[in-house]
Design a protein around this ligand. Structure first.
Ligand code: ACM
Length: 761
């Protein structure tokens, strides 16, 4: 928060926050009233007699309060209990929308009224948030208020990719619990992909004996396991589905076809196109293995779907349909003969026929097909629902054709997009999709008329886990961006406000901390900026502090200690003498922590060096990943920036006065990526030594090479190594272009840190 806005806030925020009601998602209608009601262990919860569903919803509240507030409330069916929390089911409740409820707090008690079970549940969730306004334990007073609330959309989704990396049942349940706390109601569970088949199918044991396991590249080295994988037994799936149902969440399983099928083909090559058995893939991206279209293969799919439908009561069954590159179908005489026999135009039409056939099977069993927007490409069953991921064009086309659609566009709602470009941001893909961008997402494309807009079921964020090997990664990627999504999906757009949302987040962060959820503080993390070259020249640095959300109060220290609320409050740029260490943390107006302290050392060594993650791509290719040293590494750090299409980064404004040497800490990474037709876009550069070089160019990438450092033999060198080279004397500021010329069929390389050094003779 800037100083001026802080002063304003001192005057106004206390008014605005006189009754802090930190509800996320914001209810449709909320009116504060006079007075308070205090909830303590002796506050009874009255439930309607003989109503197991209401009992279950109330028990969820009891359990959550015990876990998070240390309050132990009891249920009673005695409707005469006073000073109580009353759950009341009323078919004529004023909120008529499905899942809606009213919640009234008066000095005499709390009353939640709803027509349906879900409404009672969401009333309970809202009450839980009212009862957890801060990190304290024990009794809590709630301001008197009236809430009328119902959701904007019926599909409030989160997709979890358990194929690329596997989460155990407890972890999936923790995610479901967080979804429930945000009134999200669809877990789209991505259970099969090239890198793993994760659902036990009794009739086809090879799917999990073989298909659930992969041998990582460089297995058993540098922390990689000998094999990686796992699967959910049918009993475990039933548990997860029941756990979700108790939280009014539908689990929609995805069995991806006809592409992303390499784990199937690894298990049962007869269902693939080539007849050959590939390994379960370790390559992220678009792998070539497709199902064939033999009758026996459809029999297999039907049999698998039988078991899937028996496990998942969901009306929707997701059959993928995405990224099925047709190379194998094009090369197969059998497939080509089938295309002719069916009088189809091409392979896309064959995919349309394939999906249509599966859709027919689902429809015959009372279920409904949903697939990624590629299902539109080759003609799609009229009642299919389309999940739009290639931007929003698929959604627009689908809605115009009269299909229901779910909005989950990449990159807007892709949680594998990084949420900041802070040096310490976790692994993920560029571009940055920050909290504000998710909050601003509009699920209804402007080009849809009202009838078409009615086909938009809602919005879903997707947690693809290629670069999220642990639940900690998944949580970092999901929270608090899911808070923003929940408000997109639930709250009427007329009541939403970004600033209001930010004001409600501190309480939510405390709920996360209390539940050991590894949420990201990226939006509030202090950015500590200086003009490095001016600082090097003048031995003093002008320091600017800010954060992505432009919110909260930043407190800082210059002596290496951790800044608390007594530390100076940032009010504008300040000057420090070198060397020094700046630490800056962000606090909310209630004194709670919005972002842990970030540190920046200001000395000669740090100012004349850069981390690889700070160096921009060279012009020409925007593709950028932040990845960990090993694909399945359990730690969140370190991360390295790579561009799979061009191993070239720039060091802008490198001050070369007196510099004699360049030093680079380099890491060798697995090139475990399947780029399909984009492989031809990979820039390959000539190299003079067997493993390529790390080359430093002056000013332009086609400018003169100042230094060229051969890369060591991967077979005999460690994964991390250092390179040094002398630089010819230069002066002034220049852009350095830093290039790896390593062969593009070998390992990838990334810069840990690159330093410009002045060695005195
Ligand atoms: C997708 O991201 N391939 C749906």
């Amino acid at each position: 928060m800037r100083f001026a806005s802080l002063l304003l806030c001192l005057a106004l925020c206390s008014l605005a926050q006189a009754a802090p009601v930190s509800l996320i998602p914001l209810p449709a209608k909320l009116q504060l009233a006079d007075g308070m009601f205090k909830v303590a262990d002796d506050t009874p919860i009255v439930i309607p007699p003989h109503d197991p569903a209401a009992r279950q919803d109330a028990l969820y509240l009891v359990d959550l309060l015990a876990r998070t507030r240390g309050l132990h409330l009891r249920l009673t069916e005695n409707t005469h209990a006073s000073s109580a929390i009353v759950f009341s089911r009323d078919p004529k409740a004023v909120v008529s929308q499905a899942e809606g409820y009213t919640l009234d707090v008066t000095p005499q008690g709390v009353r939640i009224v709803a027509r349906d079970d879900a409404g009672l549940f969401y009333g309970a969730v809202t009450l839980w948030q009212l009862l957890t306004p801060d990190a304290h334990q024990g009794p809590v007073s709630v301001p008197a208020l009236h809430i009328s609330d119902w959701p904007r959309f019926t599909w409030r989704g989160l997709m979890l990719d358990s194929a690329r990396h596997f989460q155990n049942v407890a972890e999936v349940e923790q995610l479901l619990d967080q979804m429930a706390q945000h009134k999200l109601n669809v877990l789209h569970w991505h259970l099969t992909d090239d890198q793993g088949w994760r659902i036990e199918i009794k009739r086809y044991p090879e799917l999990t004996r073989v298909g659930a396991w992969r041998t990582p590249p460089d297995a058993e080295h540098d922390g990689e396991p000998a094999r990686y994988g796992g699967f959910y037994t049918q009993d475990q799936i039933r548990d997860v589905v029941a756990y979700a149902a108790a939280r009014h969440i539908t689990v929609v399983p995805e069995i991806d076809m006809p592409g992303h099928a390499q784990a199937v083909v690894a298990s049962y090559p007869q269902f693939g196109v080539t007849g050959k058995r590939p390994p379960v893939s370790v390559d992220w991206g678009v792998n070539p293995y497709l199902y064939n279209v033999d009758d026996a293969t459809f029999q297999f799919i039907d049999n698998v779907l039988d078991e899937v439908m028996a496990l998942f009561p969901s009306h929707y069954i997701h059959v993928g349909g995405d990224e099925a590159v047709k190379d194998q179908w094009k090369a197969s005489p059998v497939i080509q003969a089938k295309i002719r026999a069916l009088h189809l135009k091409d392979e896309d039409a064959l995919q349309g026929w394939f999906i249509g056939r599966v859709g027919g099977y689902l429809a015959a069993h009372g279920r409904r097909l949903i697939g990624w927007d590629e299902i539109l490409d080759g003609g799609v069953p009229a009642d299919a629902t389309v999940m739009s991921w290639r931007g929003t064009d698929g959604a627009i086309k689908a809605a115009q054709l009269g299909h229901d659609v779910v909005m989950s566009p990449s990159p807007d709602l892709y949680l594998d997009s990084v949420q900041s470009d802070q040096p310490d941001e976790a692994a993920g893909r560029n571009p940055v999709r920050d909290l504000a961008s998710i909050y601003a997402f509009n699920p209804i494309p402007a080009s849809l008329n009202a009838a078409q807009a009615a086909h938009v079921l809602g919005a879903q964020a997707n947690a693809w886990t290629e670069h999220m090997p642990t639940m900690q990664h998944v949580e970092h990627a999901s929270f608090p961006r899911i808070d923003a999504l929940s408000e997109v999906d639930w709250s009427p757009s007329s009541v939403r406000s970004w600033k209001g949302f930010l004001a409600r987040l501190p309480a939510q962060f405390e709920r996360y901390a209390d539940q050991q959820v590894a949420y990201a503080d990226s939006a509030f993390a202090a950015l500590i900026q200086v003009d490095a070259n001016a600082a090097l020249k003048h031995r003093r640095a002008k320091v600017t502090l800010s954060n992505q959300a432009n919110d909260g109060a930043i407190h800082y220290t210059v002596d290496g200690s951790v800044p608390d609320l007594q530390a100076p409050l940032y009010a504008g740029p300040f000057t420090v003498k070198l060397p020094t260490t700046i630490k800056a943390a962000t606090y909310a107006s209630d004194g709670s922590t919005l972002a842990a302290a970030r540190t920046r050392v200001l000395d000669d060594a740090s100012l004349s060096s850069r981390e690889g993650v700070e160096l921009p791509n060279c012009p020409g290719s925007d593709f950028r990943l932040r990845i960990q040293p090993m694909p399945d590494a359990a730690s969140m750090t370190p991360v390295y920036a790579v561009n799979l299409f061009d191993s070239c980064q720039q060091y802008p404004g490198a001050l070369l006065d007196g510099v004699t040497t360049i030093h680079a800490d380099v890491v060798r990474l697995e090139r475990n990526y399947a780029l399909a037709h984009e492989a031809k876009l990979v820039v390959s550069r000539p190299h003079r030594t067997p493993y390529g070089e790390f080359v430093v160019h002056l000013d332009r990438c086609d400018g003169p090479a100042l230094a060229s450092m051969p890369l060591p033999n991967p077979a005999t060198s460690g994964r991390q190594f250092a390179l040094d080279a002398s630089l010819p004397a230069k002066s002034g500021e220049h852009t350095l272009c830093l290039v790896f010329t390593a062969p593009t069929d070998g390992p990838l390389y990334a810069i840990g840190r690159v330093s410009l050094e002045k060695h005195r003779p």
